[in-house]
Write a protein that binds this ligand. Structure first.
Ligand SMILES: Nc1ncnc2c1ncn2[C@@H]1O[C@H](COP(=O)(O)OP(=O)(O)O)[C@@H](O)[C@H]1O
Ligand SMILES: [Mg+2]
Length: 308
């Protein structure tokens, strides 16, 4: 299957500091992928690289069957079939709602008939038909966001990039707006990357979820897998639900204070029974672990890397 998005070894540095470091990411058609990471982890930079607003230093980016970077020459943003919904919606203030939607389509040379048909569909889907002649300043924040989404629907991109679309909303409104955005993406069969720094939001959106740190994808998998089997301590702590338990790991044993236990490897499994001489004291440690909620498990993480 051709990927909707294919990023291989994408790297971008600024002033010698890597913002995106050897990053790989493949998104399948009609997938909605939350990109979850803390502030400054490179989320917006990655979206800008995909959209073509900035060029990587090296690597390959393909959108659908087309190499947009890493081929003979970079494909300019307006020819990438990618649209971005920015945090501030980036609407033209002097243009009506219909004008904002039509602008990009006219620039692409679509016929008036085609433009009218697309506008009607997009305004209908976002319930904005009655507002088509209003200027953005005459709309509420929620309506402005819908204009930004309607503009994407009208341009029918292969890939739509959302950069923290709910970050300026009250928590109380977020669930409803997220559901509305998702319903639109799904009903229009669109592929999307949805940047957020909010774990709850990422879990709610997700087909597969990508966790990014310092310009690298740390883990990319179904949310349940990431939650049950975080690949390292960073992902575990970022997703929440884990408590750090300082100790020492060596030769298949985990030592807390003077007590040794062996890590279980099964999903939501209990720590495996220690064998041999560790005896009663290890049993005490094991009981302590098991007295945690039923899903208690050990993820061993050390300075030399994550062990299991
Ligand atoms: N134009 C720029 N010049 C210098 N540093 C930048 C620029 N854009 C982003 N950065 C830096 O790159 C890092 C990643 O930024 P960004 O992609 O905006 O992170 P995020 O969206 O995850 O918060 C940050 O440390 C930021 O300060
Ligand atoms: Mg950002």
């Amino acid at each position: 299957m051709i990927q909707a998005l294919f990023c291989r070894n994408v790297t971008k540095a600024l002033g010698g500091r890597p913002l995106i470091a050897d990053l790989n990411l493949d998104v399948e058609p009609r997938e909605v992928v939350p990109l979850l990471g803390g502030s400054g982890s490179g989320k917006t930079t990655l979206l800008r690289l995909i959209a073509g607003l900035t060029d990587p230093d090296c690597g390959t980016i393909a959108i659908g069957d087309r190499i947009v970077f890493g081929g003979s020459r970079p494909v300019p943003p307006e020819r990438r079939a990618v649209d971005m919904v920015f945090q501030d919606y980036a609407l033209w203030p002097h243009m009506s709602v219909a004008g904002n939607l039509a602008f990009g389509l006219e620039a692409r040379g679509l016929t008036r008939q085609d433009i009218d048909r697309r506008l009607k569909h997009a305004l209908d889907a976002t319930q904005l038909l009655p507002y088509r002649n209003r200027l953005p300043a005459m709309l509420s924040g929620g309506q402005q966001r819908r204009v930004a989404i309607a503009r994407c629907l009208a341009s029918r991109p292969s890939l739509i990039l959302f950069d923290e679309p709910l970050s300026n909303l009250d928590a109380a409104l977020r669930d409803d707006v997220r559901a509305e955005i998702l319903q639109l993406i799904r009903s229009e069969n669109m592929t999307a990357i949805y940047v957020t720094h909010d774990q709850t939001e990422a879990l709610a959106v997700s087909d597969r979820l990508a966790v990014i740190r310092a310009g690298r994808i740390e883990q990319f998998d179904r949310p349940q897998v990431i939650y049950d089997r975080p690949i390292n301590a960073f992902v575990a702590s970022f997703m929440g639900g884990f408590s750090p338990l300082p100790g020492e790991a060596s030769q298949g044993w985990f030592k807390i204070a003077d007590q040794k236990i062996a890590p279980g490897r099964k999903r939501s499994g209990r720590p495996r029974s220690p064998r041999g001489a560790a005896g009663g004291r290890a049993g005490d440690a094991r009981r302590r672990i098991e007295s945690q909620p039923r899903s208690a498990r050990l993820l061993l993480s050390g300075a030399a890397g994550d062990l299991s």
